[in-house]
Design a protein around this ligand. Structure first.
Ligand SMILES: [Fe+2]
Ligand SMILES: [Fe+2]
Length: 195
């Protein structure tokens, strides 16, 4: 039975390994486009799904149990947006082109910076302040979410307003609930009047 902070850490290790595989492929002449796609496709999907799983399962509980959760969560959602921006920019270019490498590099940089911070802040905070029973129960949910979403099909991977996300969770909105009319999803809260 795995603690959610361990599962998140495992994903981070996997991300680093996949970017290392891209380094090896990049060193070849000519660049093996098909092989690049086979590494990047699952990596891009997992970067998006991992961020969503954290936003639906980890950060709402960090906000309840953490010692300094608001600042950590605001940072994390902003970082997730930067990662998403890189991943989605890459999707707009042909694999192996300079523009694609630039977008992949942007996603990598944002992800590297974020993982270090998340490991040092949110994950550390949660290990110290959330009971092991909760961490394991969330670990089960996290694993189930990842298993149910090998791809991003059907998921809303758009950027979220960090402040609206935190306020939404604190107001009791379920970040995992699908919006019924486009107005109640956490990701849509930035559109509320007065914001
Ligand atoms: Fe993470
Ligand atoms: Fe994260």
């Amino acid at each position: 039975m795995a603690d959610i902070t361990t599962l998140i850490l495992n994903d981070h290790t996997w991300f680093r390994q996949q970017f290392a595989r891209l380094d090896v492929l990049q060193s070849r002449t000519p660049p093996p486009i098909e092989a690049l796609g086979k590494v990047w496709g699952p990596l891009a999907a997992r970067l998006d799904v991992h961020a969503l799983a954290e936003e639906q399962i980890f950060y709402p509980q960090l906000l309840r149990k953490g010692e300094n959760p608001e600042a950590e969560t605001l940072d994390a959602i902003g970082d997730h947006n930067d990662i998403r921006d890189g991943v989605h920019a890459a999707a707009g270019h042909l694999i192996g082109t300079p523009e694609w490498w630039q977008a992949v590099g942007q996603a990598r940089l944002a992800n590297d910076e974020h993982m270090g911070e998340e490991e040092r802040e949110g994950l550390s905070d949660f290990r110290q302040h959330a009971p092991i029973g909760l961490r394991e129960s969330l670990g089960r949910q996290f694993a189930a979410y990842l298993g149910a979403h090998p791809r991003t099909t059907g998921l809303d991977t758009s950027d979220k307003d960090p402040q609206a996300y935190v306020e939404g969770v604190e107001a009791g909105f379920d970040p995992g609930a699908a919006p019924t009319d486009g107005s109640l999803g956490i990701g849509s809260l930035r559109g509320r009047p007065g914001r």
